[in-house]
Design a protein around this ligand. Structure first.
Ligand SMILES: NC(=O)c1ccc[n+]([C@@H]2O[C@H](COP(=O)([O-])OP(=O)(O)OC[C@H]3O[C@@H](n4cnc5c(N)ncnc54)[C@H](OP(=O)(O)O)[C@@H]3O)[C@@H](O)[C@H]2O)c1
Length: 264
């Protein structure tokens, strides 16, 4: 299927690894020009060079911390300068603020808000006028299942994730007349570095001895009984940014192998 987005310009935040990196790769395969960012300059440049070599596409990188307003402005300005526009924004950069209520700190929650609420909103604020002026835009917020189904171990992430669902729906309504489509992805467990970093905490929470056992128990909740792969997430993200998805907005798509059992 021709996705109809060859030549479009995309920003993918947090794309030096994991879901963001794979999304950038698939955009490049489709002929989309891509700007990626991350905080670690070395990893970011390594990824940029590898993606360019693998795909032959146009990919640029800016070191930017999405919790810092000036960095977000720098990122969007760099994309505009390189591409002349921004057609697609993938708000992906983020952590998982895991742990139960007793372990939560104000500082930890503030950091989570800076990344996943303010980081996402500030990027949208800067790209929306560009998309509105050209009457074409795609914004995807990468959220997480705990926004729909509260999970005591994902208490902090759940708080911001619910907010992001509201932001996605609300902005999809407001931006609709400008043909700027706003959708969300809710990943379940995906086999990325983020999972590796959470493995110790999950082992303790599930009261198991090995990472393998924690992974097995975590995956058992999924109908497909396994973790997702970054490319399985990217397949849907890229589709939602395509010309083929021109009548889809305000949707939050669960990409979790059937983890959430609710009706939305
Ligand atoms: N993996 C899962 O199971 C899962 C589940 C639910 C939701 N999610 C969400 O999916 C998104 C991607 O997760 P992932 O699993 O791909 O994570 P990952 O493998 O840890 O990759 C995260 C990427 O974001 C960058 N990043 C992190 N914080 C940043 C910041 N403040 N500013 C700029 N870049 C930043 C990282 O690079 P640097 O460290 O160099 O900045 C890295 O490139 C996140 O928003 C996460 O909350 C993931």
């Amino acid at each position: 299927m021709d996705l109809g987005i060859k030549g479009r310009a995309a920003i993918v935040t947090g794309a030096s690894r994991g879901i963001g990196r794979e999304t950038a790769r698939q955009f490049l395969e489709e002929g989309v020009r891509v700007m990626i960012c991350g905080r670690n300059a070395e990893t970011l440049e390594k990824t940029r060079a590898e993606l360019a070599k693998q795909t032959g596409g146009e990919v640029h990188a800016v070191v930017a911390d999405m919790t810092i307003e000036a960095d977000i402005a720098k990122l969007v300005a760099a994309a505009q300068q390189k591409f002349g526009t921004v057609d697609i924004l993938i708000n992906n950069a983020g952590q998982m603020y895991s742990g139960r209520f007793a372990a939560m700190t104000d500082a930890g929650l503030k950091e989570q808000f800076e990344t996943k609420i303010f980081g996402f909103l500030r990027a949208i604020r800067l790209v929306y006028p560009i998309m509105k002026a050209q009457k074409w835009g795609r914004i995807i917020n990468i959220i997480g299942g705990a926004g729909k189904e509260p999970d005591p171990y994902m208490f902090g992430s759940g708080i911001t994730n619910s907010g992001l669902l509201n932001i996605t729906k609300s902005l999809s309504t407001e931006f609709g007349e400008d043909n700027v489509l706003v959708n969300a992805i809710c990943p379940g467990w995906v086999a990325t570095n983020l999972w590796e970093r959470n493995a110790e905490g999950l082992k303790a929470d599930l009261q198991v001895k090995t990472e393998e056992e924690a992974r097995r128990l975590a995956a058992r909740k999924n109908s497909l009984n396994r973790f997702g792969k970054p490319e399985e997430l990217a397949n849907a993200i890229v589709f939602l940014c395509s010309e083929r998805s021109s009548y889809i907005t305000g949707v939050s798509l669960n990409l979790d192998g059937g983890r959430l059992k609710g009706l939305w």
